[in-house]
Design a protein around this ligand. Structure first.
Ligand code: NAD
Ligand code: ZN
Ligand code: ZN
Length: 405
């Protein structure tokens, strides 16, 4: 019997992605047997700012990499050792690959699992240096350690109805939430979120969910700022030539916030009239300037060890010009790293299912076909105020009109 077909989004060098035939997944990765895994028929798979770093040639991602780490799907095959997940379950896949057995997984730090990546702690699907797990911007994908990793949606019909919200559980909703939790957001907090991309908007929704008094979202992209304002945030236009404390004061009456979240990362642009120029440490420095002494900065924005496209030799190796002394003098804390998505998935799923949040609407979901993925990448790179969700089998139709723009 010939194996079924599969197609996926493949990185083909800086600025290029293509939809190609790729192997149908097996319950194995190279020589490694994955009888603890399942095969998913993918229902939704989202394009992420993290993918863009690779596609823009700002990482050492190899050509031929199948992209995609934000995966929601239906289980169509279970490995021999899978005990609790069943064929037919609709599941969200946390983007971190995690074994559930190592000391880091045991304490809930699934983003730095010790068993899924030979070169460093932490694995992910379809990502450079993250263990070689095949990405899920495809029709089918293999997910290992299924009993440990997968979040099963309790009701299939309800899951399909809310799929454009639930699809954000694989990464950006937990990531925005983690950014806020690690920044210490509480009821009544004033919060600055750098970046009005999907992660920044997810952080803004999360800050509201956590009870923040005022959520300020800064960016240079007018449409994205408008999107932030659409659900009650203050949109701060960073094209203005004023200092960050002055800009914050213009909103709050005081030049500082309680908590800050960096939802931009190393491809950050300068503030003010130089806003088309990159300055990788600018968000970190701004956060140190405007956050209260003793405050915390959540840093979901991604920073790399190697950046072949960086403007300076230092930045090419991840060395940034940080005002670390300022942060030290203000006794600040910084929380970096990938998000342990699993830690937040269940609660955030409940918040969606009980209509406490409309994350799909907040990030302005647009569904596209697999064939349209290259255009989705281009539009997202151009700063569209949208979160692109690929519907690889054309199963959604108008699944959730409320969330589609
Ligand atoms: P994105 O590229 O769509 O959004 C980034 C936004 O930042 C853009 O709108 C851009 O205009 C804006 N920006 C640039 N310079 C700025 C500055 N100085 N101040 C404020 N805004 C500025 O990306 P995204 O999908 O929203 O993701 C954001 C970051 O989060 C990326 O670095 C991504 O890799 C990272 N990420 C991390 C995790 C994690 O687990 N930690 C998970 C998902 C995404
Ligand atoms: Zn992502
Ligand atoms: Zn582990």
């Amino acid at each position: 019997m010939s194996s079924p077909a599969n197609r996926g989004v493949v990185f083909r060098g800086a600025g290029k992605v293509a939809v190609e035939s790729i192997p149908f997944p097996e319950l194995a990765l190279g020589n490694r047997q994955c009888q603890h895994g399942v095969i998913l028929k993918i229902l939704t798979t989202n394009i992420c700012g993290s993918d863009q770093h690779m596609v823009r040639g700002r990482t050492t991602a190899p050509e031929g990499l199948v992209l995609g780490h934000e995966i929601t799907g239906e289980v169509i095959e279970c490995g021999r050792d899978v005990e609790f997940i069943k064929v037919g379950d609709i599941v969200s896949v946390p983007f971190n690959v995690a074994c559930g057995r190592c000391r880091n997984c045991r304490r809930g730090d699934t983003h730095i699992c010790l068993h899924v990546n030979e070169s460093r702690p932490g694995g992910a699907y379809g990502y450079v240096d993250m263990g070689g797990w095949v990405g899920g911007q495809a029709e089918y994908v293999m997910v290992p350690y299924a009993d440990f990793q997968l979040l099963v949606f309790p009701d299939k019909a309800q899951a399909l109805e809310k799929i454009l919200d639930l699809t954000m559980l694989s990464d950006i909703f937990p990531t925005g939430f983690h950014g806020c939790v690690t920044a210490g957001v509480q009821p009544g907090s004033t919060v600055y979120i750098a970046g009005a991309g999907p992660v920044g908007l997810a952080a803004a929704v999360s800050a509201q969910l956590l009870g923040a008094a005022c959520v300020i979202v800064g960016d240079m992209n007018d449409k994205r700022l408008e999107q932030a304002r659409s659900f009650g945030c203050e949109g701060l236009d960073l094209k203005q030539d004023a200092s960050m404390p002055e800009l914050i004061e213009s909103v709050l009456g005081v030049p500082e916030v309680d908590c800050a979240v960096d939802a931009v990362g190393f491809e950050a642009n300068c503030h003010g009239h130089n806003h088309t120029h990159e300055q990788p440490a600018t968000v970190l420095n701004a956060a140190m300037e405007i956050t209260q002494a003793g405050g915390r900065v959540g840093i979901p924005g991604l920073y790399v060890t190697e950046d072949p496209g960086a403007a300076s030799d230092e930045a090419k190796h991840g060395n940034l010009s940080m005002k670390f002394g300022l942060g030290w003098a203000k006794a600040m804390s910084f929380h970096t790293g990938q998000t342990p998505a699993m830690r937040y998935q269940r609660q955030l799923m409940q918040a969606i299912l009980h209509d406490r949040v409309q994350i799909g609407k907040a990030v302005n979901v647009q569904t596209i076909s697999l064939d349209d993925a290259p255009q989705g990448y281009a539009d997202f790179d151009g700063g569209a105020a949208k979160k692109f969700v690929i519907d690889p089998h054309g199963t959604l139709g108008s699944a959730s009109p409320r969330a589609v723009s």
